[in-house]
Ligand binder design. Sequence first.
Ligand SMILES: [Zn+2]
Length: 340
Amino acid sequence: MSLVTSLDYPRSYAVLLAWFSEDANCLDYLDWLRWPEGFVCPNCTSVVGWRLTDFRWKCGGCDRKVSATSGTIFDKTRTPLTVWFAAAWLMVNSKTGISATQLRREMEIGSIQTAWAMLHRYRSVMVRPGRDRLTGDVEVDESFLGGPEPGVPGRGALGKVLFAGAVEVEEHGFGRVRLSIIPNASADSLAAFLDANVEPGSCIITDGWSAYPKATQDRYSHRGNSVTASGLQAHDVLPAVHRVFSLVKRWLMGTMQGSVSPEHLQAYFDEWVFRFNRRNSRSRGLLFHTLLRQAVTSKPVTYQSLCKAGRTRPSPEPANGLRPSPPSQEAGSPELPWRR
Ligand SMILES: [Zn+2]
């Protein structure tokens, strides 16, 4: 790893605490992630601004004072950014994430609601708008959450929720994963799930469910293996997607203690998929960097609006062209390692 990349994110919890001991440093890091080419006013898109001593900007176009947190999940928070940063680290650093109860205890956060809301705001930015769809050989299946599960005691707070999963199958294991709640297992619902998650032309591998030929027609090649005709168990016909189903169910019932309600289930899927798809990342610090960058570059999403909009997300912002940096951009201090 080059020295340059290692300064983009903290490589350990100890480095995190050293870099981000004050809110001013956190704010500068968010500023650097949000405006890598220099300040752009979110109100009037002016690129002229002056950095104030409190790390905010005074816009030269509309005269407003703007913070790197304006319009993001951190906007108007009363929780110190140092606590937000540590929470992001704890959320992505362990394979299983952290529950609101654990976070509250670790960070001595006043109320469980505050801890829960922080984790939930992070979940809301874990899907990057315009992310690539899965490709190649992709196993697809549906499953229920809630209801009696073998090996899982109790029903938890979930009723019975139907969801679909897709997993890239590679020569030596799994590639990327997608999980999404679906209203039913009709050809239309499954086709919509595939449209959102798998690149046309890919090979969809399923069981013998009658809706898949129609759901895949014209856009994908399809290989259906009937469980009954083959004499195999479902997990032998579709080993990858069934392995993922069992891992995510174990996580929901274990770390999250089965306390997930149906309206928030998609958010938990998004969190699990965020970590799972980066499980081979060379550094957990890179996940922290990705999460914070997405937190300041995507529009905050409320889960109410997600439910209403059927989970359509805003399309990605056009890439910023190279903009002339105002002289005030030179204000980076040598104590801020990411400002090279
Ligand atoms: Zn402005």
